[in-house]
Design a protein around this ligand. Structure first.
Ligand code: SAM
Ligand code: SF4
Ligand code: F3S
Length: 463
């Protein structure tokens, strides 16, 4: 994969346009993100480019002169969210001269979506995809020059563009892409079609980014990829994900390393050993299993059996005592029977997840599963979903209860509306505690006094 660097110098463009709009203030931009952490990271880059062009970044979409929707299409409800928002924006845009609207992200990689927007939402100004976000400044410039709708979608990534700016949400933690795309083609999933083929960033680029973040005060990094355990395939140096973890752990200033997502078929003994041996690697693994039935897993093309998954989680628990395992689970995949579903419940009970995202299967046009027979009726899938959720929540609650009385090392992340601090423990538990706002970004010890299903309450320990 070709590597490219990008320099954004749109200063002249910005000064010209502000003068032309005659607002007498900075232009404001709002980036609205749907979907997963890959999209959230792309949005940070978009905000960084906008800031480099002179825009003020705002979270208040009502105040924005430019709104970008970074979209998701993993399930149908994600797509509906965009159309709902677009409908509402029509009147606001008509009443506000010079307001701009751009759409990007995974949804835009589908021809049918772009056709629909061009036909029914003509007030959208710019449409681009997942492979060319680095071109956004040029697209905005072209739109400002021509005034017409600009559509630029690439079918695949031509290069990895490095050194793009970013606006991060937290000063002390950051997400870092280590790879893009996915080659797994799980039969239900649209991601490989809209994010392209898997490609890993060069080790030196990843480490340089993390060193720069650490120099800027970041102590916690989240390494991102659709399947981080296959990092390094296609790189000349052949560095594996486990080796990358060792290199990241060597970066001075980094205290905590997290990563997501891990595909069960690719979790190697080396990665388990790195989690065991490297203190900086957090004791949390997000390990989506999707379904418990081996027959369904085969139809999903997941590449592991129910027994493989349970064996893997047993191995992880033995190697990394106290590890929190979280997961993604889907119900209603085509052909799923009651017996198959009971296998899913069985995995939930045996692994005892610290948390799980549960999804109703959503048919995605263009995927192999969309053409499968025996689509499960909606009422049947919903009934199973409710039973699954009850089981998952009860187990999550029990796992949380086990933390009562423990003293956890917590990084304080923010202050809630009630003035209570919140933070994350090494095993990714959300912890609430009373403390001074100045502790945000710092590591503190918190004694857990109460456990709820989705968070823990505790008291600050004197150091
Ligand atoms: N790459 C990750 C992996 O394989 O573990 C998953 C990334 S995907 C964006 C996040 C989750 O969305 C998946 O784990 C799956 O449970 C869910 N998902 C993907 N396609 C779906 C579909 N068609 N219907 C319902 N849920 C889906
Ligand atoms: Fe989708 Fe499977 Fe790739 Fe995950 S590994 S992004 S579920 S195709
Ligand atoms: Fe959605 Fe794209 Fe992520 S489809 S889940 S935003 S990779």
């Amino acid at each position: 994969m070709e590597r490219n660097s990008c320099e954004i110098d749109m200063t002249n463009f910005y000064i010209e346009k502000v003068a032309a709009f005659g607002l007498g203030r900075d232009l404001r931009a709002c980036v609205i993100t749907h979907g997963c952490q890959m999209n959230a990271r792309d949005s940070e880059t978009l905000a960084g480019m906008l800031e480099a062009m002179g825009y003020e970044i705002t979270k208040d979409e009502m105040a924005a002169d430019l709104i970008i929707f970074n979209t998701c299409c993993v399930r149908e409800n994600a797509e509906n969210k965009l159309y709902g928002n677009l409908g509402k924006l029509k009147a606001r845009k008509a009443g506000r001269k010079n307001m701009k609207l751009a759409l990007c992200g995974c949804m835009m990689q589908q021809d049918a979506v772009v056709d629909k927007i061009m036909a029914s939402y003509a007030y959208v100004d710019i449409i681009f995809g997942t492979h060319n976000i680095a071109r956004f400044p040029q697209l905005l410039h072209s739109h400002m020059e021509s005034g017409g709708m600009i559509v630029d979608i690439w079918q695949d990534a031509k290069e990895i563009v490095e050194d793009l700016p970013a606006v991060r949400e937290f000063p002390f933690k950051a997400s870092v892409n280590i790879m893009y795309g996915c080659d797994n083609f799980c039969t239900f999933c649209i991601v490989p079609y809209v994010r392209g083929r898997e490609r890993s960033r060069e080790v030196a680029d990843v480490i340089a980014e993390i060193e720069a973040l650490a120099a800027d005060g970041v102590t916690e990094v989240m390494l991102l990829g659709q399947n981080v355990n296959s990092y390094g395939h296609g790189l000349a140096c052949g560095t594996s994900f486990a080796q990358l973890l060792h290199k990241v752990a060597g970066v001075k200033g980094v205290r905590r390393i997290r990563f997501t997502s891990s595909h069960p078929k690719d979790v190697s003994d080396d990665v388990i050993a790195a989690m065991r041996d490297l203190d900086k690697v957090c004791k949390h693994l997000h390990l989506p299993f999707q379904a418990g039935s081996t027959r369904v897993l085969k139809a999903m093309s997941r590449g592991y059996t129910k027994e493989d998954y349970i064996e893997l989680t047993d191995k992880l628990k033995a190697a990394v005592p106290g590890i929190a395992i979280t997961t993604d689970i889907m119900v209603g995949f085509p052909g799923e029977t009651e017996e198959d579903f009971l296998d899913t419940l069985d995995v939930v009970r045996r692994v005892r997840f610290a948390g799980a995202f549960t999804f109703l299967y959503s048919k995605r046009q263009g995927t192999a599963a969309a053409g499968m027979e025996n689509q499960v009726p909606e009422e049947v899938a919903k009934e199973r979903f409710n039973r699954l959720l009850a089981e998952v929540n009860e187990i999550t609650r029990q796992v949380a209860q086990e933390k009562r009385g423990m003293v956890l090392e917590v990084v304080a992340e923010g202050v809630g509306k009630n003035g209570i601090l919140n933070g994350r423990s090494d095993d990714n538990s959300l912890v609430h505690f009373v403390g001074d706002e100045e502790l945000v970004g710092q590591v503190v010890n918190v004694k857990i006094t109460e456990a709820r299903t989705f968070y823990l309450n505790g008291e600050l320990e004197e150091i």
